[in-house]
Ligand binder design. Structure first.
Ligand code: GLU
Length: 303
């Protein structure tokens, strides 16, 4: 894998589950502004490794929407669905290093094992794998590959820094447990693909929505296991809908309107406002005038 060259490389990594909405535009704009403020490169990566969740043609729509908003990547976009061999190689390296083990458990068996241990978890809360296959599958066929987090020193007290939110800490061993890198259906887990791609593309700075904050400790452990650098992180504020819920494609957030320059500018202004950037009084200028002003404001407030 290539190492960062020293210069700033940022990225926007949407999953093509639908068009850009007001929430994803905030992440796109923030990552673009941060790259521009650092005179860095800005990449776009289409995270289409989970076909059932992807919506056909959404990748092209996303790219068109970004372009209409004046957010142009510095290199041609990449698609995760064309990069399986990289994930395969990384998984193989982790297996060789003894940091990953094959797991034969079905979801039902995991639930039963947790119940037997008297573990009661809140509904929707992710199950912490009870470790059944850590010492082998006892002849049962391997279904998925799991990362043995406790093998990484400090996994139970992992500290990292977010440029907006400040110091963060997670006990990945007890709060998350041995997480899956390749699923029983053969699909790659987001955690592995994102770490492998960020390292391969030399990404130095990750700017993304705060909904992804909770994944960061896991990703840092994987970076350590794969011996690749840890980027800097900045998680942007989430845009909430009228009910106070996070805007998401699953909850039917409407696509941003990019049918005219005026509509794009309105969407961008809303995104900039969510980032605390808009000067209400200043409506003058076209998209690139606004973008340039925001770059200056963004740069001025970065430490
Ligand atoms: N593909 C992820 C998403 O759209 C984002 C990944 C990332 O920025 O790390 O939610």
């Amino acid at each position: 894998m290539s190492q960062p060259t020293g210069g700033y490389i940022g990225r926007f990594a949407p999953s093509p589950t639908g068009p850009l909405h007001a929430g994803s535009l905030v992440a796109a704009l923030a990552s673009w502004l941060d790259a521009r403020a650092h005179q860095g490169q800005w990449l776009v990566r289409i995270e289409d490794i989970d076909p059932p969740r992807c919506s056909p043609g959404a990748d092209q729509v996303l790219l068109q929407q970004l372009a209409a908003c004046g957010l142009h990547p510095d290199q041609p976009p990449v698609w995760q669905s064309r990069r399986h061999s990289l994930y395969e190689r990384a998984l193989h390296a982790l297996i060789q290093a003894g940091l990953v083990y094959g797991c034969a458990c079905t979801r039902k068996e995991i639930e039963a094992a947790l119940l037997a241990q008297g573990v009661n978890r809140a509904r929707h809360q992710q199950a912490v794998y009870p470790g059944t296959c850590r010492l082998g599958t006892h002849g049962r066929a391997v279904r998925a590959w799991r990362f043995e987090v406790a093998r990484i020193p400090g996994a139970n007290d992992l500290h990292w820094h977010d440029r907006r939110l400040g110091p963060q800490v997670q006990d990945v061993v007890t709060e998350v447990g041995d997480f899956v890198l390749q699923r029983a259906d053969g699909l790659w887990a987001y955690q592995l693909a994102v770490v492998v791609d960020d390292a391969d593309q030399g990404v130095t700075d990750i700017v993304r929505g705060a909904d992804l904050c909770d994944n960061t400790a896991r990703q840092i452990l994987l970076q350590q296991a794969l011996k690749v650098p840890t980027p800097r992180y900045l998680h942007t504020p989430l845009v909430l809908d009228a009910r106070g819920e996070k805007l998401s494609k699953q909850h039917g957030a409407p696509a941003i309107d990019t049918s005219s320059a005026a509509a794009c500018l309105a969407a961008l202004r809303e995104a900039a406002q969510a980032l605390g950037l808009v000067d209400e009084a200043d409506m003058s200028g076209n998209i690139s005038d606004h973008l340039n002003r925001w770059i200056g404001m963004w740069r001025a407030r970065q430490p």
